[in-house]
Design a protein around this ligand. Structure first.
Ligand SMILES: [Ca+2]
Ligand SMILES: [Ca+2]
Length: 257
C-alpha cells in the first residue's frame, strides 16, 4: 500500500512539473553557438568585441503548461547596472498588442500567439527585459528569440527566470564580457583592412586624450601602438560582429587615422 502512495505522489508531482527551460547563445548567423570559456561553466562565454550582435534563443524540452493548467511564465532580464554595457532587443513589435510577436517562435506560439512583453523589473534587482509566456498549445522546442548587442567594454549578465520556481533565483545567468573592437573600419569583420590600419600606426605614442584617433588601436592600453596590440588583434582574426553584407570597398569607411 505504501508503494502505491509513493507512486501516486510521484505521478502528481510529475503532472504538475513544467518543462525544463534554458537559453542557447548563437553568433549573428543564428547557427553557430558562442563558445564557453570553460566546459564546466557553460554560461560563461568567450570574450566578444564591442559591437557584436548575438542571438539568444530560449528553448524548452516540453509543453509550457503545468498539470494544474497554469502556463509557464518567466523573464529574460539585464540588471540596471549592466544595461549600459549590453542591450536586449525583441523582434516584430506589434503596436496593437504591445507584444513582440516576432520574438515568439513556433513551439511557444502553436495555434496562436505567445506573450513577449518589455518591462522594467524591480525584484530582485532593478533591471530591464522581457516577460515571457508560451500559450496553452506550446510544445518542446525553441520558444523565444532575442538579439543581444555588446554596447560598451566590460561585463554584462543576462538572467533567465522561471517565475513559478523563484522570483529571486534565476534558472541560469549568461555572463558576457565585451572587449574593444578590432573591426577598426566598421565593416563588421576583422580582416586585412583592419590589420593595415593597425600596422600603419605601429610605433605611434597614444595621447591621453580619449579622442585621439589612434586610441582605439591601443588594444592593450599601454599608451603605444605595438606588438601587444597586434597580438590582441590577431585573437579575433576574421571574426564578425554582425552578419550584414560587408561593404564592397572596405577602405571607404576607414577612419581618418
Ligand atoms: Ca573590418
Ligand atoms: Ca598598445
Amino acid at each position: 500500500m505504501r508503494a502505491l502512495y509513493v507512486l501516486v505522489a510521484a505521478l502528481v508531482v510529475a503532472s504538475l512539473a513544467s518543462a525544463r527551460v534554458w537559453t542557447t547563445v548563437y553568433r549573428c548567423d543564428e547557427t553557430t553557438p558562442l563558445a564557453a570559456v570553460d566546459p564546466n561553466h557553460p554560461t560563461i562565454y568567450r570574450d566578444i568585441m564591442v559591437g557584436t550582435r548575438l542571438v539568444l534563443v530560449v528553448g524548452s524540452d516540453g509543453p509550457g503548461i503545468y498539470g494544474d493548467h497554469q502556463l509557464w511564465s518567466g523573464g529574460l532580464v539585464i540588471s540596471r547596472d549592466d544595461w549600459q554595457r549590453g542591450t536586449l532587443s525583441g523582434r516584430g513589435y506589434n503596436q496593437q498588442r504591445r507584444n513582440y510577436d516576432g520574438s515568439a517562435l513556433f513551439a511557444a506560439a502553436t495555434q496562436g500567439r505567445a506573450s513577449v512583453q518589455y518591462r522594467e523589473y524591480f525584484q530582485p534587482d532593478t533591471g530591464y527585459g522581457f516577460d515571457l509566456r508560451p500559450n496553452q498549445y506550446s510544445s518542446a522546442g525553441d520558444w523565444f528569440v532575442f538579439d543581444y548587442h555588446a554596447e560598451r567594454p566590460g561585463s554584462c549578465d543576462v538572467a533567465l527566470y522561471d517565475f513559478h520556481a523563484s522570483l529571486d533565483m534565476p534558472l541560469e545567468t549568461l555572463s558576457f564580457t565585451h572587449v574593444p573592437s578590432r573591426d577598426f573600419n566598421g565593416d563588421t569583420i576583422v580582416t586585412f583592412w583592419d590589420l593595415a590600419l593597425l600596422a600603419s600606426r605601429c610605433g605611434t605614442v597614444v595621447g591621453s586624450d580619449p579622442n585621439d584617433p589612434a586610441a582605439p588601436l591601443d588594444l592593450d592600453c599601454n599608451g603605444r601602438i605595438d606588438l601587444g596590440d597586434i597580438a590582441a588583434f590577431s585573437e579575433y582574426w576574421l571574426e564578425r560582429t554582425d552578419c550584414g553584407k560587408p561593404m564592397t570597398d572596405p577602405t571607404k569607411s576607414s577612419p581618418s587615422l
